[in-house]
Design a protein around this ligand. Structure first.
Ligand SMILES: [Ca+2]
Ligand SMILES: [Ca+2]
Length: 144
């Protein structure tokens, strides 16, 4: 059994093939990450492909994979890597909209699109630094 699967099985205490928020938090802490609850919530929203609020093994495996690939072990870097679907180093309009929807950012689509252009220019190429700033803002919003 590979490592990610071992961890998953260990924290999936009821054998439901899914990790709740709290279980994911415990699991990632055991893996040595220091995420706050707000950050874990963002990560779960991002990787919860079927939007059922919990991470099944496939979703969890992708999260662990991205954590391993991310440049630094912080939520901004992981989110950027997850958002940049085609891995070209920029978050474009489609990628930006997809991640904002996953994070359930309370802003209408036309506002989000304006925002993306403001951040990434007419072609919408949002760099890591700019994207990281948005992640911080979203994180603060979710705390309240
Ligand atoms: Ca799910
Ligand atoms: Ca991209």
């Amino acid at each position: 059994m590979e490592f990610a699967e071992q961890m998953f099985r260990k924290f999936d205490k009821l054998g439901k093939n899914a990790l709740t928020n709290q279980q994911a938090l415990e699991c990632l802490s055991a893996l040595g990450s220091k995420f706050s609850e707000a950050e874990i919530q963002m990560l779960i929203n991002t990787f919860d492909d079927n939007s059922n609020g919990i991470l099944d093994f496939t979703e969890f495996k992708r999260l662990v994979h991205v954590m391993q690939e991310a440049r630094v072990m912080n939520v901004e870097s992981i989110m950027f890597y997850a958002a940049d679907d085609d891995q070209n180093g920029y978050v474009d309009m489609d990628e930006f909209m997809a991640i904002m929807h996953k994070l359930k950012v309370p802003m209408p689509d036309d506002k989000l699109k304006q925002f993306a252009k403001k951040l990434g220019g007419e072609k919408v190429e949002i760099t890591y630094d700019r994207f990281a700033a948005i992640v911080k803002t979203v994180k603060d919003l979710q705390k309240k």
